[in-house]
Write a protein that binds this ligand. Structure first.
Ligand SMILES: Nc1ncnc2c1ncn2[C@@H]1O[C@H](COP(=O)(O)OP(=O)(O)OP(=O)(O)O)[C@@H](O)[C@H]1O
Ligand SMILES: [Mg+2]
Length: 246
């Protein structure tokens, strides 16, 4: 099975966490069991997005330190059967090493069809830990030179870590803003600048943003949900066209 995926970006705030949840929900709709692991230690947010914030007693650092069994740190989404979360620790003192994190993921992965790991922004040790168990990576970027520079840097780092199955999602795309910015002639030029195969294009969708801050209930009804459905099918190996072409 090739289904441990890390979301990465280089630059912060490009939408990694949003994409992780959007993809996870889309895969669950395709009858997959999906475990999301929040690896953004100190800055966790997926518990809010999945509306399990109040339930979290144990996080992944408890699971690796033996404070609890790995399964005890996995929480079910209230809004969706088949969707599970392992939260990140609140404090950054609990840094997890890549080998320990790999061990944790190897104990959990057989219970799920997909494990999606949300990484912290940047190229630091937190990112190396998040990427260590991944079979594939998805770089999340916007269509701006700063985002794409981050994408290129993280791509280089992924290759150094022997992660060669890499795809890219261009997030928050808005044709009007893109043309006003005038940095790239068209989307092909953006994809060339990222040097990475495109998995999908996600529109700038304020409804998506608001749903994510409110426990992701209702994700089926926002304009981006069909986009995530298509990206999920592409991850499954289906040859489907992009749902949104900008
Ligand atoms: N497609 C989108 N349309 C509109 N808003 C979006 C979209 N994707 C993400 N956002 C918004 O952008 C902000 C940053 O998103 P998110 O937290 O997912 O980014 P991140 O890459 O995980 O950030 P960090 O690097 O801090 O972890 C949030 O307010 C989120 O709701
Ligand atoms: Mg995030």
């Amino acid at each position: 099975m090739n289904n441990v995926i890390v979301a990465a970006s280089g630059k912060g705030g490009t939408g990694k966490s949003t994409v992780c949840v959007g993809l996870a929900v889309a895969l669950v709709k395709q009858n997959k069991r999906v475990l999301l692991i929040d690896c953004d230690c100190g800055m966790r947010g997926l518990d809010i997005m999945l509306d399990v914030e109040e339930e979290i007693l144990f996080d992944c650092s408890d699971a690796v330190s033996g404070n609890c069994k790995p399964a005890d740190a996995v929480y079910r989404s209230r809004n969706m059967d088949g969707l599970y979360l392992m939260a990140a620790p609140f404090d950054t003192d609990n840094e997890i090493s890549p080998s320990v994190f790999c061990q944790l993921v190897s104990e959990l992965r057989d219970n799920y069809d997909y494990v999606i790991i949300d990484s912290p922004a940047g190229l630091g040790s937190g990112f190396s830990t998040a990427a260590a168990p991944a079979d594939r990576a998805i770089i999340v970027t916007n269509a701006e030179p700063t985002g794409l520079r981050g994408a290129l840097k993280i791509r280089r780092r992924l290759l150094e870590l022997d992660k060669s199955d890499i795809q890219m999602i261009i997030n928050r795309f808005d044709r009007q803003q893109f043309e006003l910015l005038g940095c790239y002639r068209d989307l092909d030029e953006v994809i060339d600048a990222g040097c990475t195969r495109l998995a999908g294009l996600v529109p700038n969708d304020m409804r998506l943003s608001s749903i994510m801050q409110n426990g992701c209930a209702g994700l089926n009804w926002c304009p981006s949900s069909t986009v995530f459905d298509c990206i999920a099918r592409r991850l499954e190996g289906e040859r489907v066209p992009l749902a949104f072409k900008g």
